[in-house]
Design a binder for this molecule. Structure first.
Ligand SMILES: Cc1cc2nc3c(=O)[nH]c(=O)nc-3n(C[C@H](O)[C@H](O)[C@H](O)COP(=O)(O)O)c2cc1C
Length: 343
């Protein structure tokens, strides 16, 4: 399975740099691919034009393979009542920070669609990864016709079986330790979410495609242990967050560096559960709020609060995405981090 993964990825090392929307671009992807891993470009928050720019930048700086990452959630119609209700819950914060509650639809995350496929088709990207399931069968068949390898994350055994059946060539087993959004797409029940090792073991005898463990990986010993347990490779995100090539903001960097800050899962930033370092708004809204509008609409209401707070160097309203393990987070080049993780 390890060599099958190696063939599919076409890289020297079976290490995938986790795509991390909002904090990195082609620069980190180039550094990781040049270091022998698979660099990923997060495209979930980009327009098709911007995605094309990212691919062109990658190709101008590296001839290695790369992964483009997209979200494929169902974009339900906007529920104005739910948005209004959420904004009224946040009213006190708007008042304290002296900002207007927003009325546009800026900064939303859109799912992968045929327009995006049109834009990336000329590049025949070597690898595409998806979060929150997979796009339609028609799009999957189209992507496969380019020779592109398809990855997606599973958080339960049912999701892994579903992904293999619907065309994933590689399954990322996203354990509950992982930073950022939970990839869960067949369940909303957070009690179903398992630690990385447990999930890896649960999946092994039930899927025939390579499994890549993700979540809480912060050392070469973590990687060795997962490979010994049968993982074909690993996907690592949080460990890269302080690297020189990453655009992590000042407040996010400061929180990542603090040993005292622990993480929790919350839906208050986007409407979907995601793991980040605990901050004021997560705690005060009880982490998982039934009132939060559906993904991705909850993020609209939080945007001005985040902007104003960050301008005052406060992280109170910032999604400080991070996994549980920050042991490998250091202000070094991604190539040095790759050496630490693999030497
Ligand atoms: C800051 C951050 C942003 C993330 N954004 C994405 C994303 O855009 N797409 C995606 O598929 N996964 C995203 N993830 C989740 C990763 O794919 C992966 O599951 C996770 O980083 C692995 O756990 P670790 O952070 O403990 O290494 C993100 C993770 C972090 C930490």
């Amino acid at each position: 399975m390890t060599s099958k993964l190696n063939q599919l990825l076409g890289t020297k090392l079976n290490i995938i740099q986790a795509p991390m929307a909002g904090v990195q671009n082609w620069e980190l992807a180039v550094a990781v691919s040049e270091a022998g891993g698979l660099g990923s470009i997060p495209c979930g928050m980009l327009t098709p034009e911007k995605v094309v720019e990212e691919i062109e930048q990658f190709k101008a700086h590296s001839d290695k393979r790369y992964n483009l990452n997209f979200f494929c959630h169902e974009m339900e119609p906007i529920d104005q009542d739910s948005l209004k209700n959420w904004q009224s819950l946040l009213q006190g914060y708007y008042r304290d920070l002296e900002v207007e509650s927003p009325n546009g639809l800026q900064g939303l995350r859109y799912p992968f669609d045929s327009k995006m496929a049109d834009c990336i088709e000329p590049f025949k990207p070597p690898v595409l990864s998806f979060h929150f399931g997979l796009p339609s069968q028609e799009l999957i068949e189209r992507i496969k016709s380019w020779g592109t390898v398809i990855l997606s994350s599973a958080t339960t055994l049912e999701e892994a079986i579903w992904l293999e059946k619907h065309g994933a060539d590689i399954i990322i087993a996203q354990g509950v330790e992982a930073g950022g959004h939970r990839a869960m797409f067949l369940t909303n029940d957070l009690n179903s979410q398992m630690p990385t090792v447990e999930l890896l073991l649960a999946l092994q005898s039930h899927v025939s495609v390579p499994i890549v463990a993700a979540g809480g990986i912060g050392s070469k010993d973590d990687i060795r242990k997962l490979v010994e347990l049968g993982s074909s490779g690993v996907q690592v995100g949080t460990a890269f967050l302080l690297c020189n090539e990453v655009k992590t903001t000042k407040v996010h960097r400061a929180s990542l560096k603090s040993n005292k800050q622990i993480t929790a899962i919350t839906n208050v930033f986007s409407g979907r559960p995601a793991r980040g370092i605990r901050n004021k708004v997560m705690i005060e809204l009880d982490y998982i709020s039934k009132e939060a509008p559906k993904f991705p609409y909850a993020s609209i209401a939080m945007a001005p609060l985040r902007a104003k707070a960050e301008s005052q160097l406060s992280c109170d309203f910032t999604p400080l995405w991070s996994g549980t393990n920050r042991n490998a987070c250091e202000e070094v080049s991604a190539s040095d981090l790759m050496k630490t993780l693999t030497s």
